[in-house]
Ligand binder design. Structure first.
Ligand code: C6P
Length: 423
């Protein structure tokens, strides 16, 4: 099913065969046409959430207007259509991740729920007193706190691989953290606070050599480049729909089927059962065992449309465009006096975090907002990363596929305005 591929070309958006034209791409996103404080909106908060193309909005509205019904339950026409669309979206995700089997794709609320699901099922079953879970110093709170909760319950230990001054993972240290007590390794594919791309293939290879499974948090990776879970050979992969031009409240947990089969259910309720008596309940097969209750049907359909949109544009082309934009922005921002970039890894995606001497990031964000520029300021739910760099917060500009060089120029002009205001 590739209905959105059609929608993309009908709307005159760029497709994978034409040259990249950012204005044509932007035209697919209705929200970008607005003004904020009487200035054209410059949306540079894509790591927090991305805007949605018309194809996604149309898919969601189309479901509610024409097919709204529950899934897997009714014999009637609307329910059959809703089920087909929902399961079609699952197949789109399978393609997107190149998962071997559709049973390996579980719909969840987002990356946070995906990680909690693994912690509360796989983790709870595997972890004992004295065991360890390895994470990196780059993790978002969503890939720290679920493991802390679990470790506390089990009397286990969180073991953290450090980063260097560029914000790159210390791979020399990584191997030293692997030992027979480690039951799981968890790593961000891309850091949300710094943009560092972790060497995830190497992380998986080294961990598997010690027989340790790996969970990758792909919340900030899936929007920027092609992810192939078979090639990565990771055991679990998590991402959120809203960061990849899809709706909020929907995300994906990929897991290798052998691991998922062996895991107990996450939540109990409708759809995750095969049969129920008061004496014993038999659970449903994959992936339904992990999808208790009425799922976010419209969300899954919207996510399918978003992935069709992204693949329709051509992921290699998007990656190459964004790489050029990041290089342009890095050079422009680095030339600003008194601006310190936080996170200068050699492999980065989508993120520019910085501090301005003597000016609090919240003040930077407020002045930029008056210029129509949306950035995020704060600790970005990655407080240990802020601690590592000795700053309480940063200003973060994060890029999406619709951002232009003119918008980077506007950001640079905005930062000069901030400096003037506070000089
Ligand atoms: N980061 C940011 O502004 P949810 O909230 O479940 O969709 O995603 C959580 C999450 C997990 N991992 C990483 C690497 C993330 O970046 C995020 C979300 C947003 O950076 C909101 S805090």
């Amino acid at each position: 099913m590739n209905s959105m591929g059609t929608a993309v070309s009908q709307r005159g958006s760029a497709n994978s065969k034409t040259a990249w034209d950012v204005q044509t791409v932007r035209a697919a996103f209705p929200i970008l046409k607005q003004k904020v404080h009487n200035k054209p909106l410059v949306y540079l908060d894509n790591a927090a959430t991305t805007q949605k193309p018309a194809a996604v909005l149309d898919a969601i509205l189309g479901f509610y207007k024409h097919d709204c019904s529950n899934v897997h339950r009714g014999v009637h026409q609307l329910s059959e259509r809703a089920t087909d669309a929902y399961e079609g979206a699952r197949d789109t995700v399978r393609h997107f991740l190149n998962a071997k089997d559709i049973r390996e794709v579980i719909f969840v609320r987002g990356a946070t729920e995906a990680i909690n699901l693994v912690a509360q099922t796989f983790g709870r079953r595997m972890l004992g007193a004295g065991d360890e879970i390895v994470i990196t110093a780059l993790e978002h709170h969503s890939d720290i706190v679920p493991w802390q909760i679990l470790c506390e319950e089990k009397g286990a230990r969180l073991s953290v691989v450090p980063i260097d001054d560029r914000g790159e993972l210390r791979m020399d240290e990584f191997e030293k953290h692997l030992n027979p007590r480690v039951k799981l390794v968890c790593a961000a594919h891309v850091s949300n606070a710094l943009g560092t791309v972790n060497p995830v293939r190497e992380i998986v290879r080294l961990s598997h050599a010690e027989g340790i499974p790996v969970l990758l948090d792909g919340a900030q990776a899936a929007p920027h480049f092609r992810v192939d879970v078979q090639e990565l050979d990771c055991d679990f992969y998590a991402f959120s729909g809203h960061k990849i031009y899809g709706p909020t409240g929907i995300g994906v947990l990929y897991g290798k089927s052998a691991l998922l089969e062996a895991m107990p259910p996450y939540q109990g309720g409708g759809d995750m059962i095969r049969s129920v008596t008061f004496e014993k309940t038999l659970y449903n097969s994959l992936p339904y065992k992990f999808e208790a209750g009425t799922p976010h049907i419209a969300g899954a359909i919207g996510l399918g449309a978003a992935l069709d949109y992204v693949t329709g544009l051509g992921q290699e082309r998007t990656e190459s465009y964004e790489r050029g934009l990041l290089a342009y922005a890095t050079e422009a921002l680095s030339a600003i006096p008194d601006l310190r970039m936080i996170g200068t890894a050699r492999e980065k995606a989508g993120v520019l975090s910085f501090v301005l001497n003597g000016i609090h990031p919240h003040d930077v964000g407020t002045v930029l907002d008056y210029e129509g520029i949306a950035v995020r300021t704060g600790h970005h739910c990655a407080q240990p990363v802020m601690d590592r760099f000795g700053v309480p917060a940063t200003t973060r500009a994060s890029l999406g596929l619709y951002n232009s060089r003119e918008e980077i120029d506007a950001l640079v002009a905005g930062i000069h305005k901030v400096k003037e205001t506070f000089s």
